[in-house]
Design a protein around this ligand. Sequence first.
Ligand code: PRP
Ligand code: MG
Length: 171
Amino acid sequence: MEKIKDLIRNIPDFPKEGILFRDITTLLKDSDGFKKVIDILAERYKDKKIDYILGAESRGFIFGAPLAYAIGAGFIPVRKPGKLPYNIVQAFYELEYGTDSLEMHTDAIEKGKKVLIIDDLLATGGTAKAIIELVEKLEGDIEEIAFIIELEGLNGRKKLKDYDIYSMIKY
Ligand code: PRP
Ligand code: MG
């Protein structure tokens, strides 16, 4: 785990003053590091009978798709507004200034299917909360919500307290 943490680059004052950005691009380009992350997740979820992995656009796609392949689950993209061509369900979440939304197709999850939500980072938990709302609208069953990185100081876990949360690396 320390090796994975060492591959994450820390960028001070991005995207603005006072924010320490955790940059995963340095982890992704390291073939051993990237593989290790997916292997750890696959080991954790391979026997959980998960039907679908839900990945949040865009960084959630990077981890969600290989994990779905590795455990033999389907992959469902949760997308930013206006990208999906079919009927959608929509959920809003707070940004620092204003709101944004995420969308999923209405037929993405059949009632009672077991899903794992994955994203690269848990910060305030707003993104994950919106994805939970989408899954619940379609009556999917959330096995767990997985993150590569958790920023504990932002208390995102509290916002998701009714769900099982896994994070690989904590700051
Ligand atoms: C980042 C990150 C998570 C989210 C975490 O995504 O990838 O999805 O923020 O923040 P939260 O817990 O406060 O909601 P971002 O919306 O910046 O877009 P990206 O994945 O397309 O880079
Ligand atoms: Mg994101």
